[in-house]
Design a protein around this ligand. Structure first.
Ligand SMILES: NC(=O)c1ccc[n+]([C@@H]2O[C@H](COP(=O)([O-])OP(=O)(O)OC[C@H]3O[C@@H](n4cnc5c(N)ncnc54)[C@H](O)[C@@H]3O)[C@@H](O)[C@H]2O)c1
Ligand SMILES: N[C@H](CO)Cc1c[nH]c[nH+]1
Ligand SMILES: [Zn+2]
Length: 427
């Protein structure tokens, strides 16, 4: 953990922000490249081999059966189903507001210009499952796909040591409406969705969060298939003033630190006393936590505290880092909204802790990391649709614009283009 002052340590802070945005580790990239290429060539055999190596289990089959899903329903408690359904309702309501429609614009000459919206046909949703099961990521990925009208939604997720998929995850796949589920994770699952194997049909687009290996694999296959974004190890930046509760700040930093030793918790404040209090709460709160080892590693290696002159200067840090999650715990948080440019999800005030966004609020928890919130957005219905332009000219409309097209084509030296238009002129 590093404590720095802004603007005094400006260069060091910029260096850290740059390193987080340029997160590619050459060794990890090399091993991901090898995994992806091997799956491309050897299909299922490579999936079994890597699952043995990384998940420590000998798989017999990849697809999860109906019977396994039914058994999962028997082992989860009623309370879980109720909570899940409530979350599904909120997420569904929020994402239905994102739906867009095709549009057509007619003019007096009978010309029609428009934009057709079609869902992506087959989508793969990566659901993490290495250090913990993520049923919440099932509903966050599958629901917007269903709202968009995707035909086939395939879920991939790592198996446990017995070769099974976590029961809560399985129930979530059924409740959210996934079509196929495969027990395979990591870069090998991303490769299988991209190239296809004997058991898994390739998809058009891969969405969903994952660790550094999953994220590098998605980056590598992007362009062969579509990807939503780089949604890697979790991040939280909290900007707070003296009115904030240090206990809450410590708890919220740890909530993201517990995801992964590579998770990045950052605390920004103009108040030195608050820093001392937060540090002491962090130490105390960590002690009782089952995932304290991961929390401690994340805080030790990725933790950062920045002391700023005031809240406005603190917002410069937010825009520099572009954190996945940004909590603003100050007296009047709405006042600063126009100054927040780069953040995946923004949480305002002391009763909006980040985990509400992870589970129940409605907005998507699949969010850009590594500074990519500078140019990427949360997962949404938009990620599951694509647009086609539509052009229709009437005879009259054609004759009116043809001259302009011919002239522009000639300026570019494209006589073939000009001929394609002139051949129709006056006919
Ligand atoms: N940004 C977001 O929107 C978002 C949302 C939820 C979770 N997350 C992140 O997802 C991640 C979940 O990670 P996880 O590890 O628990 O599950 P995961 O499913 O992402 O990764 C587990 C897989 O990683 C692979 N793997 C592990 N060690 C490897 C190695 N040495 N070489 C190659 N492959 C290896 C294995 O195949 C394993 O099955 C966390 O980093 C969490 O912060 C991000
Ligand atoms: N905070 C994660 C996104 O970075 C999402 C999540 C799922 N479960 C718990 N948390
Ligand atoms: Zn979380």
């Amino acid at each position: 953990m590093e404590i720095l002052r802004y603007p005094e340590n400006k260069d060091r802070i910029k260096e850290i922000a740059k390193k987080r945005a340029d997160f590619i580790d050459e060794d990890k990239l090399k091993s991901v490249q090898e995994i992806v290429n091997r799956v491309k060539v050897r299909g299922d055999e490579a999936l079994f081999e890597y699952t043995r190596k990384f998940d420590r289990v000998n798989l017999k089959k990849l697809r999860v059966s109906e019977k396994e899903i039914e058994e999962a329903y028997q082992s989860v408690d009623k309370g879980f189903l109720q909570d899940l359904k409530q979350a599904i309702n909120n997420i569904g309501d929020y994402h239905r507001k994102q739906l867009k429609e095709s549009w057509f614009s007619h003019d007096r000459k009978g010309n029609i210009m428009g934009q057709l919206i079609n869902p992506v046909q087959r989508v793969g949703a990566y659901v993490p499952g290495g250090r913990a099961p993520y049923p919440s990521s099932v509903i966050m990925t599958v629901i917007p796909a269903r709202v968009a009208g995707v035909d086939e939604v395939v879920v991939v997720t790592p198996p446990d040591k017995e070769g099974k998929v976590n029961s809560y995850t399985l129930v979530a796949t059924r409740e959210a409406g996934a079509d196929e589920i495969y027990r395979v994770g990591g870069a090998q699952a991303v490769a299988a969705l991209t190239y296809g194997t004997e058991s898994i049909k390739p998809v058009e687009k891969i969405v969903g969060p994952g660790n550094i290996y999953v994220t590098l694999a998605k980056k590598m296959v992007s362009g062969i298939v579509g990807i939503d974004m780089l949604a890697g190890p979790s991040e939280i930046m909290i900007l707070a003033d003296e009115t904030a509760e240090p206990e809450y700040i410590a708890a919220d930093l740890l909530s993201q630190a517990e995801h992964d030793p590579l998770a990045a918790p950052v605390f920004v404040t103009p108040d030195w006393k608050l820093v001392e209090e937060v540090i002491s709460h962090l130490e105390n709160q960590m002690k009782d936590q089952p995932r304290r080892e991961t929390m401690a590693k994340s805080w030790e290696n990725q933790g950062l505290i920045i002391i700023v002159e005031d809240i406005k200067t603190g917002l410069e840090m937010v825009n520099l880092f572009g954190p996945e999650h940004f909590e603003l715990m100050v007296e009047d948080p709405f006042k600063y909204l126009p100054d927040i440019k780069n953040a995946g999800a923004i949480f305002l005030g002391k009763y909006s802790p980040e985990p509400l966004g992870d589970y129940v609020a409605g907005p998507n928890h699949v969010l850009p990391t590594g500074g990519t919130a500078r140019f990427s957005s949360p997962l949404s219905v938009d990620d599951f649709i694509k647009k086609s332009s539509l052009i229709f000219y009437s005879r009259e409309g054609f004759n009116e614009v043809a001259g302009g097209a011919i002239s522009l084509a000639q300026k570019e030296g494209f006589n073939g283009h000009a001929s394609s238009v002139s051949i129709r002129l006056g006919r």
